[in-house]
Design a protein around this ligand. Structure first.
Ligand SMILES: [Zn+2]
Length: 91
């Protein structure tokens, strides 16, 4: 799933990623960003890319079962790695 979405992941890493101080293990030249995606009912099939903390809180307040994926992405080479999966919502 994530490999197919590489161009989008790289763009999202720039647009709504949280910068980290971790250097990309592949190109060793760029700091990776954490990007949070939320999947669930009434969200896009490719997930909602979270750009503000308030957005995550609003989704968490929904009466639905949602799943959040935090992915490390290198915007330079496209390397990505799933950091953690979290459960959201009150469904
Ligand atoms: Zn890289």
């Amino acid at each position: 799933m994530l490999c197919d979405a590489q161009p989008m992941l790289r763009r999202n890493a720039v647009e709504c990623g949280t910068p980290t101080s971790e250097i990309c293990p592949v190109c060793e030249d760029y700091e990776v960003a954490h990007v949070t995606y939320v999947f669930g009912p009434r969200l896009p099939a490719f997930g909602r890319c979270i750009s503000t903390p308030g957005e995550l809180e609003r989704l968490d307040a929904r009466k639905a079962h949602l799943t959040g994926y935090v992915v490390e992405v290198c915007a330079a080479c496209g390397w990505n790695h799933l950091v953690r999966v979290t459960s959201l919502g009150r469904g």
